[in-house]
Design a protein around this ligand. Structure first.
Ligand SMILES: Cc1ncc(COP(=O)(O)O)c(C=O)c1O
Length: 493
């Protein structure tokens, strides 16, 4: 039988020669981007456009088939995380070696759901999870997998917690008793979202207030438990923060683990941001007792210079991770009770999954764990110095001593009331971001607005931070507090 005629476009578009040509050009272009971005002065950190202008720009964009031009404009219209003046969200500037590994991941496009669709990636993933379990100090029963983001990892962990408590019955019968999770008041919004996806509703989420360091008030846990039981609810999980989103605060895991063990409750640690300190002997104490958690989320794309999305979910007892998704997919898995660690879709929400392990494995093989340690220790030290600079500045107020690499502060003058300070800081941040001079974000703490910086870039120095404080001071002085605040589309944290 003859094959149907193959359209020439298919041949041309996948030719190795063309790939080589475009690839060489692309590497040159990206190396140039890195040089400019890292210099911190030859392009804006964020070349701000309104959403409407941006849409208009791309709808009019005509690259005339030029990949080079498409990438040039993409670079010119994106926030540059490699710029030392990028001090915004928690996502890190990725290391070049890991970005190159991402290219391999995308070209190979192994699906990872079953072993034969991701042999190398599956083995690397197992080894990475072993490394993390050991660094956390967990027993040899520990294990886990990688999944697409901290939000999905948190949902998956909470599903496992519920499956253990209900002995998998929920898979067949849905929620049959009023389950409740206890979470910190400063939990990331994805925890609330996960619990609502699980059908727990408002009644199923019990929020514990935080102390003046934004840590869960563990002295309130026992009362919370009695209140929930008295109302007929049953606590199935406690979610602790190891590095909260707004301030980078670490909960007291020892007290929370004591409480969970006493009541046989699943302890999940949302360490998406801060569990990375397992790589730093100097800061490891922040996650003391993490080995007693039933599950831990860690995002490599936050503190650890890995391209998104690259998250790990560690279980103290790996067997727990097989309960979460109990259904059979006959075209994928043999009908067996064997846990088959190498068939990852048995345990992950994803069917097709990114081969994310290579992005981390490439860093470990090329630079070793020392690079993670160096990154964490540099950024945490820089945050402490920045806090000191803020404390010494007579127009700035520091929210708390930074527990990690996140620093919250604000511009304040004695003549403004609290509402005016909020308005002024929102406007200061907006003006600075729009100017492209720095990229920083804002957050709300106890109902007031603070500027928030996440120091993520090892190229950022105290000189950059002094310039930022100076700029904030000058911008603040020029603000007429009685003007109407402009509408903007910038993010908060
Ligand atoms: C503490 C914490 N948990 C979870 C998440 C969500 O992670 P992801 O953005 O990878 O879904 C974040 C994101 O900022 C976070 O800070």
């Amino acid at each position: 039988m003859k094959s149907p005629p193959r359209p020439p476009i298919l041949e041309q578009a996948s030719s190795p020669q063309e790939f080589r040509r475009l690839g060489h050009e692309l590497i040159e272009q990206l190396a140039q981007y890195l040089t400019e971005a890292q210099s911190g002065n030859s392009r804006p950190t964020l070349p701000w456009k309104s959403p409407e202008d941006c849409l208009e720009f791309w709808s009019q964009f005509n690259a005339k088939g030029s990949f080079h031009e498409l990438i040039r404009q993409t670079l010119a219209n994106s926030v540059a995380l490699h710029d030392p003046r990028y001090v915004g969200h928690q996502i890190n500037p990725p290391l070049p070696v890991s970005a190159l590994a991402s290219l391999v991941v995308d070209l190979l496009n192994n699906g990872m759901g079953v072993y034969d669709m991701g042999m190398a990636g599956t083995a690397m993933e197992r080894l990475l999870l072993q490394t993390l379990s050991e660094l956390f100090g967990m027993p040899t029963t520990a294990g886990g997998f990688m999944t697409s983001g901290g939000s999905l990892a948190n949902l998956t962990a909470l599903l496992a917690a519920r499956a253990r408590l209900t002995n998998d019955n929920v898979w067949q019968r849905g929620n049959v008793r009023p389950l409740v999770a206890i979470v910190s008041d400063s939990a990331h919004y994805c925890v609330d979202r996960a619990l609502r996806i699980m059908g727990l509703g408002t009644e199923g989420i019990y929020r514990i207030p935080v102390n003046d360091r934004f840590q869960m008030r563990t002295d309130l846990l026992a009362d919370a438990h009695s209140t929930i039981e008295r109302r007929g609810g049953h606590v199935f999980a406690v979610v602790a923060n190891s590095g909260s989103t707004s301030t980078g605060s670490y909960d007291d895991l020892e007290s929370i683990a004591d409480f969970c063990e006493m009541h046989n409750i699943w302890l999940h640690v949302d360490g998406a941001h801060g569990a990375a300190v397992c790589f730093s002997p100097r800061h490891r104490h922040l996650i003391r007792c993490i080995e007693r958690a039933d599950s831990v989320t860690l995002d490599f794309h936050k503190l650890l210079m890995t391209p998104a999305i690259t998250s790990a979910l560690v279980f103290r007892n790996d067997q727990d991770s097989y309960r979460t998704f109990a259904q059979q997919a006959h075209y994928l898995f043999a009908d067996t009770d064997d846990t088959e660690w190498y068939n990852l879709a048995r345990r992950t929400f994803e069917c097709t999954k990114h081969m994310m392990s290579l992005k981390v494995f490439s860093i470990l093989k090329c630079h070793g764990t020392e690079i993670f340690q160096a990154q964490i220790e540099y950024l945490f030290e820089l945050a402490k110095t920045f806090a000191e600079m803020i404390r010494c500045h007579d127009q700035m107020e520091l929210a708390i001593d930074p527990p990690a690499n996140i620093v919250c502060f604000r511009y304040a003058t004695a003549s403004w009331n609290s509402h005016q300070i909020d308005q002024a800081n929102m406007r200061i941040r907006e003006q600075i971001v729009r100017s492209g001079d720095f990229y920083l974000v804002q957050t709300s703490l106890r109902g007031t607005i603070w500027l928030r910086t996440t120091l993520s870039n090892p190229k950022t120095t105290t000189e950059h931070l002094a310039t930022l404080l100076d700029l904030i001071g000058r911008t603040g002085q020029q603000i007429n507090i009685n003007d109407d605040p402009a509408h903007h589309s910038l993010s908060t944290s």
